[in-house]
Design a protein around this ligand. Structure first.
Ligand code: FAD
Ligand code: SIN
Length: 515
């Protein structure tokens, strides 16, 4: 057993949502931000294209609202979307006042276009390193508060729930599990792209927060909606590095293996059609041409512009001997973002008292069945702040957490022989059977195979890799179950056996342990 701690506010995760929540809470008590790797390691750090916000002269929050609803395909929560677009501009101006440097054109903020946006509204930083700039500014701001403690390489294992309320979490540090008691806890642990073998997501994105919340009895929602990004770098020797949608926003074209442009045949918005449409069109072209990839072509754009606009992508591709100013770039879709997650109200409150959630781990309902590009960084800022503020209100008049009564259980650690093999098999299974194109047979096969690893779900482990596997298996089972239950095709969820929307398609699928 490790040391026992007690704080006012515990925040799990140090991406945009967790850091923004910490800043909100810092003046009001002691805050501890635990994160399972170095503080900056997160999806936020790798975000490229930018952050959507209705701040340009040609834009209006009402148009951003409409575009978000349209992308969400009828399943967005309208009040949550309204909050996102209305509070977005203020949160960006606040970020700029803290030192964020977004790219400019002639001393004015430069806005770019991405798929399914009807206006140029994406702010970006250092060309294609927007997330890194956000993470830099937010970490710097957090470090300026002595009241905020930071605990890297500390993995939340489970929530501590007593009398139906969350009073903190058990964390793994130095191979020991210990309790951190808190008056309010905020889950900001990001998404779970690593559940799929082909993903743009970093190693930390193993859906821990969703599994942890589910085990604690919280309600999860919309788990079937996984967004697949159309363009990950496809090279056998390289990771599936993201090739930002902004490359198509700046005029990049998709070509099949025979070098023919094809998007016009699939959608009037061609390369800038919604993400699920572009991803499915690519899969279809790959199938027709019996190829493992298509190409993204920027060769007709000015080389100097491309290098300046996409410096990180240019240098990364060059490492793999692809010069994006001269060569066609081999691309294929990759798992990218989870629209579903821990259900919250518009203040980040979950179904468990004392537990709040924000960012990709949460399902506020702003993304519906399909997220509008570059809306998630904005969601992290707006809803991270809101979750912080709700957590603060929830503890007014409350004493310290009842730590003495919550004696930590005696943990028995297990180990999983060949856990990395199971991890690989599960990721491949999820990609092949629960990926972009699904049907009852593929989903049932996945459910059966996942069932064989069920024995892992109720055990405790002393290593991060094994705990991550347990969390990924749990979340994979929830995604598969929800995908089976949704007998229709909506947003990013596509079933060949139910190509129409299906009956009662506007319902949200809720998942609660034991129900
Ligand atoms: P994250 O930024 O992922 O942070 C999660 C944090 O939780 C990390 O610190 C992680 O280490 C920690 N953590 C996880 N599990 C645990 C645990 N058990 N215990 C302790 N800590 C834990 N969105 C946009 O809007 N615009 C973009 O341009 C864009 N580009 C993207 C590019 C890439 C390559 C990727 C992968 C995503 C992109 N997205 C983009 C999506 C966006 O980056 C994420 O949705 C968003 O950053 C999520 O923020 P978050 O704070 O919820 O989670
Ligand atoms: C991208 O740059 O294409 C990613 C944008 C996003 O996921 O919102």
């Amino acid at each position: 057993m490790g040391r026992q701690e007690s704080v006012d506010f515990l925040i799990i995760g140090s991406g945009v949502a967790g850091l923004r929540a910490a800043i909100e809470l810092a003046p009001h008590g002691d805050v501890l931000v635990v994160t399972k790797d170095i503080p900056s390691e997160s999806s936020t750090e790798y975000a490229q294209g930018g952050i959507a916000v209705a701040l340009s002269d040609e834009d209006e929050v009402g148009i951003h609202y409409e575009d978000t609803l349209k992308a969400g395909d009828g399943l967005c929560r309208e009040d949550a979307v309204r909050i996102l677009v209305e509070e977005g501009p203020e949160s960006i101006l606040e970020l700029i006042s803290w030192g964020a440097e977004f790219d400019k054109e002639c001393s004015r903020l430069a806005f770019t276009l991405e798929a399914a946006h009807s206006r140029k509204r994406i702010l970006h930083a250092h060309g294609d390193a927007t997330g890194k700039e956000l993470e830099r500014v937010l970490l710097q701001k957090v470090r300026s508060f002595p009241s905020v403690g930071r605990s890297p390489f500390t993995m939340a294992v489970d929530l501590i729930v007593q009398d139906g309320g969350c009073i903190g979490a058990y964390v793994l540090r130095d191979r020991k599990i210990s309790p951190v008691f808190a008056r309010a806890t905020i889950l900001a642990s990001g998404g779970g792209g690593q559940i799929f073998s082909i993903t743009t997501n970093p190693q930390v994105a193993t859906a821990d927060g969703m599994a942890i919340a589910y085990r604690a009895g919280a309600e999860l929602e919309d788990m079937e909606f996984v967004q697949f990004h159309p363009t990950g770098l496809y090279l056998p020797s390289a990771p599936h590095f993201l090739l930002s949608e902004a490359m198509r926003g700046e005029g990049g074209r998709l070509r099949n293996i025979n070098r023919e442009p094809f998007m016009q045949r699939y959608h009037p918005m061609a390369e800038l059609a919604p993400r699920n449409v572009v991803a499915s069109a690519i899969i279809s072209e790959m199938f027709i041409t019996k190829s493992s990839h298509v190409y993204l072509d920027l060769t007709h754009l000015d080389a100097g512009f491309v290098k300046k606009r996409f410096p990180r992508i240019y240098s990364t591709c060059l490492k793999y001997e692809v010069d994006i100013t001269k060569d066609l770039i081999p691309v294929s879709p990759a798992a990218h973002y989870m629209m579903g997650g821990v259900k919250t109200d518009t203040g980040g409150g979950t179904s468990i008292k004392g537990l709040f959630a924000a960012g990709e781990v949460a399902c506020t309902g702003v993304h519906g069945g399909n997220r509008l590009a570059s809306n998630s960084l904005l969601e992290g800022l707006v809803y991270g702040k809101r979750a912080g503020s709700s957590a603060l209100s929830s503890v007014r008049g409350m004493g310290r957490p009842p730590e003495a009564e919550a004696m930590p259980p005696a943990f028995t650690f297990h180990s999983i022989p060949a856990h990395d093999e199971i991890r690989g098999q599960m990721r491949k299974l999820m990609w092949e059977k629960v990926g972009i194109i699904r049907c009852k047979d593929s989903l049932t096969a996945a459910k059966e195979k996942l069932g064989e690893w069920q024995y892992i779900l109720d055990k405790t482990f002393a290593t991060r890799r094994e705990l991550e596997l347990k969390n990924m298996l749990q979340t994979a089972a929830l995604i598969t179950e929800a995908a089976l239950l949704r007998e229709g095709s909506v947003g990013a969820h596509y079933r060949t056996d139910f190509p129409g929307r299906g009956e009662n398609w506007q319902r949200h699928i809720a998942m609660i342990k034991g129900r």
